[in-house]
Every structure is written in structure tokens, then in C-alpha cells.
Write a protein that binds this ligand. Structure first.
Ligand code: IMP
Length: 228
């Protein structure tokens, strides 16, 4: 990013923000309608001088379609378009499961794999059946998370993409987590994401790693150190 860029945060500039010892609290819109994700992101952003807002705080905001062909494109376009509508600093993400033997599927279509209203047991059953059909013994896979932050005029001022490497199990195991967690075993573990504790998942997950990078960016932006 251009170091000379002055980022307008709802009427303040980075100069204003960095001038005081973090006395200013800035609004940050977390642009997700997924309540679980919002909760997870809120908990990972505590202790920053930010007023965390959700899409519910902007009742007239128009939802932005994920029309990009990559996680990064979708995160950037959502951050930019929501920021322009809400006129506040905005964080958006796009994530999904990438399976090597399925040429990267379900990938950016993870949330809509099979069909938009399918259940996760249905999506998992199809994915396992497809994997069996390939007769490929390579079960390597990764969860990927792209995040982008856009300033209130819509320009993307920070972007990052992180992944969590692992493999796909032959059958679903575990009751925790969400989505494809019951069939994903992260490298270095024997349990699936759905069997590991939330604390462990939140330490190693694609989303936690991406958010750690975003958090560093926000800390540098607000001129504050924080121990969260
Ligand atoms: P998004 O909300 O458009 O980013 O869609 C993400 C989709 O990817 C979710 O609906 C899940 O299907 C999948 N996904 C992303 N992260 C995870 C995870 O941590 N566990 C399980 N599934 C995930």
C-alpha cells in the first residue's frame, strides 16, 4: 500500500488518529451477515479503539453479490462496495474449502456447493462421493480466507489471504464448528475441526491468521499497541 495515502475514517484522517494516544474510537463495519462469523471476528478484534458495527446497523444497505472468481476479488469488492454505502471503514472477507483432487472445488462456491439451499450434511456427502470417484489418493485440502479493508470512499487500503493446510477425512466426525469442519483435519492434528476445541481452531484457522494480519494493520492505523 502507498505509505503516503491518507485514509479517511469517517471524517478523521490517519494523522488525527495517530496524534492522540488512541483517544478516538473509530467505527469499523464488519461486513458479514453470518452471525457466527461476526461473533468470531468481534472477539478477535477486542481491545482496539474501534466501534465494531455489523450490517444490521445499516438497515438500508444493499447486499453485495460475490461475483468475483477468487477469494481475494470477492473480499475486495465486498469491502469496497459496503464501505461506499456505509461511509465507514469496512472489513470484508471471503473464505472456502479448496480440495486439490477436485481441481480446487468447492473453492469460492463453498457456501453454494451442490445448490444454494443444500444442508451441510448434503454438501459433505457429495464432496466425499466426488472424491471417491476421482480414485485419487491425494486428499490434501486447505481452508482459505481472504480479507480486505476499505476506507469510507471505497478504496481498498489493506488486503491479506491466509490458509490452513490439511486433509479430507473419509467420513464426517465431530459436532463442533460449522460448514465443512467435520471432514477437515488440519496438519499436525488427528481430529477434525469439528472435534477440536473452538480455542484450538481459533488459534490455527485460516480466518484467525488472516484476522491477525488485519489486526496488525488496524493497530498501525490507530497508532495503538494492544495486547488482545
Ligand atoms: P463465505 O461466507 O462466502 O466466506 O463462505 C464461506 C463458506 O466456506 C462457508 O459457508 C463454509 O461453507 C466454508 N467455510 C469457510 N470457513 C470455514 C470453516 O472454518 N469451517 C467450515 N467451513 C468453512
Amino acid at each position: 500500500m502507498d505509505g503516503a495515502l491518507i485514509i479517511r475514517l469517517s471524517g478523521f484522517t490517519t494523522d488525527d488518529v495517530c496524534a492522540g494516544e488512541g483517544a478516538l474510537s473509530q467505527p469499523l463495519l464488519i461486513a458479514t451477515s453470518n452471525a457466527g462469523k461476526l461473533r468470531e471476528l468481534r472477539s478477535l478484534l477486542v481491545n482496539l479503539p474501534l466501534v465494531l458495527l455489523g450490517l444490521d446497523d445499516f438497515p438500508n444497505i444493499e447486499s453485495v453479490e460475490e461475483t468475483g472468481s477468487t477469494f481475494a476479488e470477492n473480499a475486495a469488492l465486498k469491502a469496497s462496495r459496503y464501505a461506499r454505502q456505509a461511509k465507514v471503514l469496512t472489513l470484508a472477507d471471503d473464505s472456502g474449502l479448496v480440495v486439490d483432487a477436485l481441481s480446487g472445488r468447492p473453492g469460492v462456491h463453498s457456501a453454494r456447493y451442490v445448490r444454494a439451499d443444500a444442508t451441510y450434511p448434503e454438501r459433505i456427502a457429495l464432496l466425499l462421493a466426488e472424491l471417491e470417484k476421482t480414485r485419487d489418493c491425494d486428499r490434501a485440502a486447505r481452508f482459505v480466507c481472504s480479507m480486505a479493508v476499505a476506507a469510507d470512499a471505497g478504496q481498498v487500503v489493506f488486503a491479506t489471504e491466509k490458509s490452513c493446510e490439511g486433509r479430507i477425512e473419509k467420513a464426517a466426525r465431530g459436532l463442533g464448528g460449522f460448514g465443512y469442519d467435520p471432514i477437515f483435519v488440519p496438519d499436525g492434528f488427528d481430529q477434525t475441526f469439528a472435534e477440536l476445541t473452538a480455542e484450538t481452531k481459533n488459534r490455527i484457522s485460516h480466518r484467525a491468521l488472516a484476522l491477525a494480519a488485519v489486526r496488525e494493520f488496524l493497530v498501525s492505523l490507530t497508532g495503538l499497541r494492544s495486547d488482545g
